[in-house]
Design a protein around this ligand. Structure first.
Ligand code: NAI
Length: 464
């Protein structure tokens, strides 16, 4: 039994929590983080963003060696998949990253309180039999997989993203439920490694919330790559059997049911805030109807001294959103001020081509009655993209019809996730499309497609 006092105790060492801790420590606050996992970094580093990117990078190279090197005059033969070796690469990447956070904790003198944290009331946090006091308590416990009623995830045959990162052999037929970010990224990994992949989506489109034109374009490209989509379809049951999984599907609008068989089923229908074990009800922390913790503009809950950031509060469930909240909150706790523009949080899907977006979609602008101009430019007309044999996709910039201020940008194409950063920065500074168009862009680069799209807003692209 120990009792110790801190300025700040953060529960959860994911990107929100650990970044908040580092910033608190930098600002001279005595800081501890409670984490029950054996490694720091949360879902993102252990079973999310980082391992999935390790498998996406490795599988992309495998597919390129098998199918695309020859297009560039590189003859290879006998390309073989060593799945255990690929998983080993993933495990090492995760370990290097999580150990990196441990190093940063030591460097910044942040205490790691190992175990499951609970609010104890009156500025205390309980970890096992120990109780700690803190002036400020930050909940950064992230999110969990949303289950589908009647479908039991066993992480072997019916898997969440966690199990889909650990499969011991390539399934013959992977059925993915949900055409969102996880379904498309992990579906892509296993398709590249040789699985037949069918994605079943409840809505009549993939990637809800993304610009519709981009989503339709992406679907066409993924279909060309070999992924099959069943849209407007719901899965009413999935049962693990001896040789695989038996699924029942129905049209979303109702109608005749049909069956489908798969070796492995990935359930990727969203995530929900992880709050159940925190003792929030005992302390009286208010939640909204969707199970998220309610906070004000200072991330303060209705309970004095208790704050929340990241996936447990409203907003996109993205690591970089949580990180930014962690930094701003730390600065506020140290007496400074901060602000996040939630309109300017980029989203990236790490498929090939990548898909990235920031700001408003055309659908949102139409719904809000905002008059806008569109500038679009294809990668096909860019010299660097041709040199890379990566000509699928386009950049679309949406600008206010009256002021030319950039309101949104949607990219599908090579390195979209990197390219979007330029537009996010421009939007942070309130740039017009003319500002981007007048900025000198190095040649030959993919960024020139962004510049050309900005020129296209005013009807004057140069290379088309
Ligand atoms: P998601 O919200 O992106 O997509 C879920 C999809 O499942 C939606 O298209 C939805 O319409 C569909 N769906 C829901 N119920 C269904 C049902 N019963 N049958 C068929 N389809 C159904 O959620 P996802 O992909 O699980 O990702 C979870 C979270 O993790 C997201 O917030 C995402 O932003 C985040 N994430 C972000 C990544 C990135 O930034 N690259 C990578 C992976 C996850």
């Amino acid at each position: 039994m120990s009792e110790k006092s801190y300025d700040v105790i953060i529960i959860g060492a994911g990107p929100g929590g650990y970044v908040c801790a580092i910033r608190c420590a930098q600002l001279g606050l005595k800081t501890a983080v409670v984490e029950k996992r054996a490694a720091l970094g949360g879902t993102c580093l252990n079973v999310g963003c980082i391992p999935s990117k390790a498998l996406l990078s490795a599988s992309e190279k495998y597919e390129a060696a098998e199918h695309h090197f020859a297009d560039m005059g590189i003859k290879v033969s006998g390309v073989k998949l060593d799945l255990a070796g690929m998983m080993g690469h993933k495990t090492k990447v995760v370990a290097d990253n999580t150990k990196g956070i441990e190093f940063l904790f030591k460097k910044n003198k942040i205490d790691w309180l190992k175990g499951e944290g609970m609010l104890g009331g009156n500025g205390t946090v309980k970890v096992g039999t120990d109780t700690y006091n803190a002036k400020h308590i930050v909940i950064a416990t992230g999110s969990d997989v949303t289950p589908l009623p009647g479908i039991t995830i066993d992480e072997k045959k019916i898997v969440s993203s966690t199990g889909a990162l650990e499969l011991e052999k390539v399934p013959e037929h992977l059925v993915v439920i949900g055409a969102g970010v996880i379904g498309l990224e992990l579906g892509t990994v296993w398709r590249r490694l040789g699985a037949k992949v069918t994605v079943i989506e409840y809505l009549d489109r993939i990637m809800p919330g993304m610009d519709l034109e981009v989503a339709k374009n992406a679907q066409r490209i993924f279909e060309k790559q070999g992924i099959a989509f069943r849209l407007a379809t719901k899965v009413t049951s999935a049962k693990a059997e001896k040789n695989g999984v038996a699924l029942t599907l129905e049209p979303a609008a109702g109608g005749t049911a049909e069956t489908m068989a798969g070796d492995v089923v990935l359930v990727a229908v969203g995530r929900k805030p992880h709050t159940a074990t925190l003792g929030l009800d005992k302390v009286g922390v208010a939640m909204d109807k969707r199970g998220r913790i309610e906070v004000d503009h200072h991330f303060q809950t209705n309970v004095q001294g208790v704050y929340a950031i990241g996936d447990v509060i409203a907003g996109p469930m993205l690591a970089h959103k949580a990180e930014d909240e962690g930094v701003v909150l730390a600065e506020m706790l140290a007496g400074q001020s901060g602000h996040i523009d939630y309109d300017l949080i980029p989203g990236v899907v790490y498929t090939w081509p990548e898909i990235a977006n920031v700001g408003k979609t055309e659908e949102q602008l139409k719904e809000a009655g905002v008059a806008y101009k569109v500038g679009k430019f294809p990668f096909m007309a860019n010299g660097r993209a041709r040199a890379m044999a990566a000509t699928d996709g386009f950049v679309k910039i949406l600008a206010d019809a009256a002021t030319d201020k950039v309101l949104g940008c949607h990219i599908i194409g090579p390195e979209a996730g990197t390219l979007i950063a330029e537009v996010v920065l421009a939007m942070e500074f309130g740039a017009s499309s003319e500002d981007i168009a007048r900025t000198c862009h190095a040649h030959p680069t993919l960024n020139e497609v962004v510049k050309e799209a900005a020129l296209a807003v005013d009807g004057r692209p140069l290379h088309i």
